[in-house]
Design a protein around this ligand. Sequence first.
Ligand code: GAP
Length: 448
Amino acid sequence: MDELVSLCKRRGFIFQSSEIYGGLQGLYDYGPLGVELKNNLKAAWWRAMVYERDDVEGLDAAILTHNKVLRYSGHEATFTDPLVDCRTCKSRWRADHLTEQKCPKCGGTDLTEPRPFNLMFKTTVGPVDDANSYAYLRPETAQAIFTNFRHVLDSTSRKLPFGIAQIGKAFRNEITPRNFIFRVREFEQMELEFFVAPGTDEEWHQRWVEERLDWWARQGVDPNNLQLYRVPADELAHYSKATFDVMYRFPHGVEELEGIANRTDFDLGSHTKNQAEYNLTAKVLANTDSNAKLAMQDPDTKAWQVPYVIEPSAGVDRGVLAVLNESYRVEQLDNGTERTVLGFEPHLAPIKVAVLPLKRNHDGIMAKAKEIKQTLQALGIGRMLFEDTGNIGKGYRRHDEVGTPLCVTVDFDTIEKDDTVTVRDRDTMKQQRVAVAELTDYVKDYFK
Ligand code: GAP
């Protein structure tokens, strides 16, 4: 983990947030390469969930959430972790993270009894700070999918089964944020709520577990580093009938990367008025004062029913950490040196191609390199980089370390002889001459 954290800072992937003022615990900022990696991971998820399927719509809802949404969803009452205080050094801990009844900081054994601590961040909306004007920073993106269910349904005429996908920020006031970007207070989620007819939920749950394992493998995550964990009944979230956690072998241990829950009719039922009319199977907080009917008519019987929902919910930041961990390797080379490589899958690489002019003070070489960069940029594959640091060997090493799959070097032969460039492959380190006229096809083929 230390090597990854150090590389992430040195190469501009991830920085401690507000570091110049000592940092804010549990918050990180994504730098020039981190934002590309994160965007690429999110784009891969959106492609797989929305564009490549015919049964999913997208959504991008507000982060600030009406207090009633999170009251009737059950979060005000139950979204808590058990908190203990050390009376000796005044530090605070999650009771379920302590391996013994001892403070991990000072070793003191004078700890308070665990008490529930609500993880939601509260804030006021508008200039008047009265008892009802508060809102929450959402603790999951999911709730806005449920509260917009009717709007999406009415504007798209979807029939069951269908899903609504959303990527966005979520906030939790974690008692002990830790392990770099693994457990933080502000993070992003990629969530799909897939609505199904009651009775078909268990089959869909299985299907989504398989889909999601397959997707992680396509992001370069070794299936041997993934495990499926069936959450025991007494540990299930208040809304879940069954949950499978996709566990990943992070540098600090095997922990949850994604949760795939069967939320039944709990959430739509909770936000629906006149709940008694719908034969809900989940125990919801009675008497919501929403004005919504989040139900659909059975096409055969015409009876109104509240759909069940299967929810694959993945953390973007945990995904970034997993992908970085999978990609990181240090190779011993024949000449006795070593090189560090981030062997990202091409679609995730922050920089796709680096174009390097051999000489900085050669107008012809510089102009050609810039022109090639612009041509490649226009392919729409992702970020192409023109980099005129002048030292090609060092440039290759640097691009290995940030995971750039291809480097293109423009030299004297390009200008004076045959209009070819050197294309150097990150993984094999092989170099080959490619005609400039064929370069776009070469690059398109590589990233296909
Ligand atoms: N809507 C369901 C839900 O939020 P969850 O298991 O609490 O379920 C889903 O969260 C995913 O969000 C987790 O699998 C994890 O990847 C990510 N996540 C949750 N809390 C996190 C935190 N404090 N820091 C980073 N990621 C987190």
